[in-house]
Write a protein that binds this ligand. Structure first.
Ligand code: FE2
Ligand code: FE2
Length: 251
């Protein structure tokens, strides 16, 4: 198998503050990723929101105390739980802008805040469409990755659909028109992959929350990007791993 030029460790829905979610378990998960990251080229940690449960400062600071000093590049965006109690103010103080970008020679990542204060539904907003278009259009020779908290397409085994991104159709059209390669999101606590045309949409599960659904367990995803393909592996909390998908990836 070809060597990946980029490896993304994708974690989501940590939910610090939830009963049973410990900072010790979070540290273990981060240490595991950090150890693995030493063996790969161009590692990146992407955190797609729900760092906290109620958006409270003490929850944010708990997450921050584990992630600070993390030695590989990381991109962190908020989820709907982080916006509770106007937690976005604390998010910005600790983790910077809620919309951000990251680039290497091979990948261009646009990470969007799809959450709104005290609203569990997702929304990107047309005011951002041109910015997303411009960013990806200026990255034509790179794998283009869009990260957000909410899902753009409903996920099976998650009950009645209520939280899909409200402007999902328009966001998907923007992404497809710019030849976005890969979408990374969380929120549903269920890992799943969809392929929409040539675009891969990958939902990861929850890193630590007990609110898993059905047969899903706590996990993070390892996303290995090769020339023209991607391998996505689910890394379960108990240390076991399972391939979720191996599929083509457009440039
Ligand atoms: Fe969540
Ligand atoms: Fe969420």
């Amino acid at each position: 198998m070809p060597e990946p030029h980029t490896t993304i460790f994708h974690i989501s829905d940590i939910h610090v503050g939830e009963d049973g979610v410990s900072l010790g378990d979070l540290r273990k998960a981060i240490d595991r990723i950090e150890k693995k990251a030493k063996d790969v080229s161009s590692p990146l940690l992407v955190v797609t929101g729900d760092l906290t449960t109620e958006g409270l400062r003490e929850e944010y600071e708990g997450f921050s105390s584990v992630i600070e000093g993390f030695s590989i590049p990381h991109v962190i965006i908020p989820g709907n739980h982080d916006e509770r109690n106007y937690g976005s103010a604390v998010f910005e103080e600790l983790f910077g802008e809620r919309f951000k970008t990251y680039q290497t020679e091979r990948v261009a990542v646009y990470a969007a805040d799809s959450a709104e204060p005290d609203n569990d539904a997702g929304h990107v907003g047309r005011v951002k469409y041109n910015e997303i278009r411009d960013f990806f259009n200026s990255s034509k020779d790179k794998y283009k990755i869009f990260a957000l908290h909410h899902h753009l397409v409903p996920v099976p085994h998650t009950g009645r659909e209520q939280n899909v991104v409200e402007d999902a159709g328009d966001v998907l059209a923007v992404l497809d028109s710019t030849r976005c390669s890969l979408v990374l999101n969380g929120h549903r606590h269920v890992p799943w992959i969809w392929k929409l045309g040539e675009m891969v949409l990958c939902n990861t599960g929850t890193l630590l929350s007990k609110r898993v659904r059905g047969a899903s367990t706590q996990l993070h995803s390892r996303v290995e990007i090769m020339e023209d393909s991607v391998l996505i592996t689910l890394c379960h909390k108990d240390g076991t791993e399972k391939v979720l998908a191996s599929t083509s990836l457009r440039l």
